[in-house]
Design a protein. Structure first.
Length: 447
């Protein structure tokens, strides 16, 4: 996820700077204690509402001003946060927590020079290693934000290997009854039933950003993937994704419009051309509600073509929205819902089209500075548009997917990601029902 907002690692860094740098002095002041407890429980709005009415009487008390500054910062009252924290530093210039907080406030106000100066001042105090690491992430973020006004290019290469319980996403059955032939049972051809295999592969990608003004930028990306099975090479796969468009950022809102192309191929003699390609575009809107919440809405449209099976060609559209929340302690959760339709281009084969709707939820949980656990689950319902000719029935699918894994960064620019993927397609027609489990390890190098 290039957005002008604090990324997940920076939210964790903000928490570290707020907790590990806390002033050592205790207080018997009920107001101070209550405000601190509210901030610990992520009730920043309530903490601000408790403290703000007392500012005229208590401004100048470092403990009060510090908590007021944090509450104002967490509720996007960034200028007020700067004023409160400046009062702390005027009395306690050695207060590392206040200096780290005011640096965050400057960053949110887009005063990157002042933010960088204060973060560097924090590092000069010889804080604990965790604080140094958090500050370094903020300094990297400042460099990233400054790069928004410069042309940028990022690339990666990734190798992967693993095992797949169903490389052809096929039914586990070896034979099937066909109603149009009076229910006669037919044996499935080789490759018509689930095949297990191990695999390895290679993927690479790049993305670029070319700023045109303070708000507009041209953006683009390209990803290529190739996977080789060790036994069933007729199910080797590959894909190419290309995207080009523009984004506009103003205040808390980002609008992105992209033209997109995708092709997916299978190394099977039955499909001498590209197995499937899609040409279309997407429109996306994002709003950073506050430091820890973001809303997203999107519309995607594409024409999907099967060069060797033209009867399957469809027009596809999907509309949906999502929400993401970053907890103060580090974890991130997200959820999205969508609906759409695929409409057959050849009305004689309307049954290949379908209505669709789905939901997806997930989380990312940091563990230290180098490890992030992740997981997500999704459900999609597909109701097809007509009766399958061979089976004399209309198809309905319920598809369930789940992914769990972790990202481990042993050194900067390198990432190792073991993960498990599971999918269950529960179809009303047995031929289309299948289970698939994939275990793999990916190793990425970023440039």
């Amino acid at each position: 996820m290039h957005r002008n907002r604090l990324r997940p690692s920076l939210r964790r860094a903000a928490l570290l700077l707020s907790v590990l740098c806390l002033p050592l002095a205790a207080s018997a002041d009920d107001i101070i204690d209550n405000a601190r407890a509210l901030l610990d429980k992520q009730n920043s709005t309530q903490a601000y509402e408790l403290l703000a009415p007392l500012a005229s009487d208590r401004a100048g008390e470092p403990a009060f001003d510090y908590l007021l500054g944090l509450a104002a910062l967490d509720t996007n009252r960034n200028t007020e946060a700067v004023f409160a924290l400046e009062r702390v530093l005027a009395v306690q210039p050695e207060n590392v927590a206040a200096r780290a907080a005011i640096a965050r406030a400057y960053l949110k106000l887009k005063e990157s020079d002042a933010a960088k100066r204060e973060f560097q001042n924090v590092k000069r105090t010889d804080p604990p290693p965790e604080v140094v690491s958090a500050v370094d992430r903020f300094l990297s973020e400042i460099d990233r934000l400054e790069a928004r006004n410069r042309n940028s290019l990022r690339m990666y290469v990734e190798g992967f290997f693993g095992t797949d319980s169903n490389v052809n996403s096929a039914t586990a059955d070896r034979s099937i009854a066909v109603p149009i032939f009076g229910g006669q049972v037919f044996n499935l051809a080789p490759g018509g039933s689930a095949l297990q295999d191990s695999f390895h592969g290679l993927q690479g990608g790049l993305n670029f950003r070319l700023p045109q003004s303070q708000t507009w930028a041209l953006i683009g990306s390209a990803t290529a993937n190739r996977r080789w099975n060790h036994q069933f090479n007729e199910f080797d796969t590959g894909f190419l994704d290309l995207a080009f468009g523009a984004s506009r950022r103003k205040d808390k809102d980002t609008i992105t419009i992209l033209g997109q192309y995708n092709d997916f191929h299978v190394q099977n003699p039955a499909f001498p051309n590209v197995f499937r390609n899609a040409v279309g575009g997407s429109l996306q809107w994002q709003r950073d509600i506050d430091l820890r919440n973001q809303l997203t809405g999107f519309l995607q449209m594409a024409q999907v073509a099967y060069p060797d099976q033209k009867l399957r060609d469809v027009n596809r559209w999907v509309v949906g929205g999502g929400w993401a929340h970053a907890y103060r302690a580090g974890p991130i959760v997200f959820a999205s819902a969508y609906a759409g339709q695929e409409v057959a281009l050849d009305k004689a084969f309307a049954y290949v089209g379908h209505d669709l709707a789905g939901v997806r939820v997930g989380t990312e949980i940091p563990s230290g500075d180098r490890v992030r656990f992740f997981g997500n689950a999704a459900y999609e319902r597909r109701n097809f548009a007509g009766q399958e000719p061979l089976f004399l029935a209309t198809r309905h699918d319920d598809q369930y997917t789940a992914v769990v894994g972790l990202h481990y960064t042993p050194v900067d620019a390198w990432r190792v990601s073991p993960q498990l993927f599971w999918i269950r397609n529960d179809a009303s027609l047995q031929l289309f029902t299948f289970d698939r489990a994939v275990a793999e390890v990916r190793v990425r190098r970023e440039f």
